[in-house]
Design a binder for this molecule. Structure first.
Ligand code: EAX
Length: 323
């Protein structure tokens, strides 16, 4: 009997060594079914499979470990290893990220992919290292659209005085101030604030209106597509630097594959979402006067937000690249 117990003990120790299980904690603020969660779930599946379970990814969702700013701080410190975080809140960590959230920068998905997957996108990912973050790649929230509960918005004048929730980002606040709204920065989620009328509206891609059921509490939507909102998929630089060369490649490749998968998934579902939101009774302005909106915010590039030399140079390169 003693012998059998000893053999089982030895086998357990051996299998434990062979597996060398390492847990990767990954944070997102959104709930299952959201764009960020689709990236996270796919990344988990790929990494666990490709490492034969040497890595185990534990996803903390629905802001259970804090809002996006707080998750980024934990990643910087290395208390959690990874996150799929919306572009907006990076603004206060690294102003260079502001460049990709510039209003009306990208016209379509192809343009966004070409630039973000190219050298200009890479410049932003590399810059994050100064903030202790390893930028792996971009996945997407998508083009952001305005919703509100007061009236239909067709031209910038219709925005005047609307209380709009924005992400914690000086840029997003300035965009809406410039358009004449009354922007309030607030972390995600915001259903209760919309329901109780603390704010009149918000802006987000179509999937948010569906997954978070904003059609129940927001009557009007305008396809403003004012900002293309990527997620930046990041790891703790401290943690990432300690990985073996093979594991660095494993993590980076799995995240890139997950991001590619999610971008396609998001785009494939867009038309169906618009139909669903109409069916649910939202009044949708599909062709607002984009020219007028664009003109109102055209002066942003000359504002203080973009005056840091590095930020300004990159913005000019981006604006040139999308011409
Ligand atoms: O992804 O805070 C935001 O508006 C984000 O877009 C939100 O997390 C949904």
């Amino acid at each position: 009997m003693k012998k059998i117990i000893f053999v089982i003990f030895v086998l357990l120790v051996m299998s434990g060594t062979a597996l060398a299980l390492e847990t990767i904690k990954l944070g997102v603020v959104t709930k299952p079914g959201s764009a960020q969660n689709i990236v996270a779930d796919k990344f988990k599946a790929l990494v666990e499979e490709r490492s034969a379970n040497a890595f185990n990814v534990k996803i903390f969702h629905s802001a259970s470990i804090g809002n996006e700013t707080e998750i980024l701080q934990q990643i910087q410190m290395g208390t959690i290893q990874m996150g799929v975080i919306t572009g907006g809140p990076f603004d206060t960590f690294d102003p260079l990220v502001r460049v990709i959230n510039y209003p009306f920068l990208f016209e379509n998905y192809d343009q966004a992919d070409e630039i973000l997957d190219g050298p200009l996108g890479n410049e932003i990912l590399e810059s994050l290292e100064t903030s202790g973050l390893k930028g792996l790649c971009f996945s997407e929230n998508g083009f952001r659209n305005l919703t509100n509960n007061k009236h239909a918005v067709r031209v910038p004048a219709d925005v005047k005085g609307l209380k709009i929730r924005v992400m914690s980002s000086p840029l997003h606040k300035t965009i809406w101030q410039t358009l004449g709204a009354n922007p309030t920065p607030m972390p995600w989620p915001i259903y209760t604030e919309l329901e109780q009328g603390v704010i009149d509206g918000q802006e987000n891609p179509l999937w948010v209106m569906e997954v978070y059921k904003f059609y129940e509490i927001q009557k009007y939507m305008t396809l403003t597509r004012h900002v293309y909102s990527p997620h930046i998929d990041v790891a703790s630089l401290k943690w990432f630097n300690k990985l073996s060369p093979e594991n660095k490649i494993l993590i980076k490749t799995a995240m890139k594959d997950a991001a590619r998968f999610q971008r396609k998934d998001n785009r494939d579902k867009d038309a169906g979402r618009l139909a669903l939101l109409k069916e649910k009774g939202m009044q949708i302005v599909e062709t607002p006067d984009i020219g007028a909106f664009r003109e109102r915010v055209a002066g942003l590039k000359d504002m203080k937000l973009y005056q840091d030399a590095k930020v300004h140079v990159l913005l000019m390169k981006m604006l040139d690249a999308v011409k």
